[in-house]
Design a binder for this molecule. Sequence first.
Ligand SMILES: [Zn+2]
Length: 362
Amino acid sequence: MVYLHSLIATVLLLTQKLVLSVVGLVAQKTSIGVIVVELKFVSCVGMNIGLMIFTLTGTILRTSMPKVNQATETPQYLRPYEFLGLELTYKAGDKDAYADCIYCEREGKMGIKVETGQFRCNVCEEKGNIRVFMQKLQELSFEATTTQDYKELAANRKLYTDETLIHWQLGKSILTGDWLIPGWNVEGKLTGLYRYIKNGDRMMLMPTPTLGHHLLGMNLFDKQCAVLYVCEGSWDSMCLWETLRLAKPSGEGYVATSNPQASLLADANVIGVPSASVFYENWCDLLGGKTINLMAQNDHERIHSKTKKRIAPASYEGMLKIHKMLLQADHPPESVNMIFWGDKGWTEELPTGYDVRDMITS
Ligand SMILES: [Zn+2]
């Protein structure tokens, strides 16, 4: 595992240093498999923006994409509370819905205004809006989550250490028992909670309805760092974050380190976007003046079964759009790099959805 982390760290450091020439890199056999990595620079795109192309071959897995929950008859301002697990007593025409208070635990004493979504407990008098509620729910859930819970999720998500989940402030909801992944705005304030739940036959990050999307990992963001990795989804982001944090340069290569200040993460941030197709304009502010590495997934191109029209590879297309937005931003990045998994931006040699976490953990 340490070797694999060193391998990916090597790849990533090369990205950081903007190596602009063909680089042949390791082909190593480990007890778990063979990974061959080649890097080659392909073209410069506009201004001082470099586009770096990676070709990778390795092995398998699949990750998921979030979707916004649309269908419900619950009034708009009650929907987030309901989604997060409050059992609401409410009927059409009521001005207030009632639920058990998450502060004092008194049954049915938390009133929520149907017209505004403001809550207030009739007993402990705690009050606020949905953001205040989510902050408290996240805090209580985080505190109630056990070491065993973290170990199980880390194993399930193939993370190197359960400490990563604690750093990213995941908690098991005290209301539903599902994992909650906090979403943040560019100031690092909690603005949403994602539930990691089953949607159809797959586990997905589902955003709290009516609140839009949010950045992942912003609680750890350090403005001073020159490099910023943008991953798709939470697990990919966490896996890359912990890998950078565990590796440091040493002589001819990279070695494991327990000192984050000496690690590859010392001058880098890793943030997650919920999907490559979701990127808000104000997020560009965060990326200005920095070296940005867009870590796309290897989504395959598809053909629509009825219209026979081409459906573009989602992650690749999404990251290209982000790249264009960054180019046009008032305060553009110093440079932007992007992973390509093949000549077309993706390759059939790897499964669709294959990402950095798959490469690190395979
Ligand atoms: Zn109360």
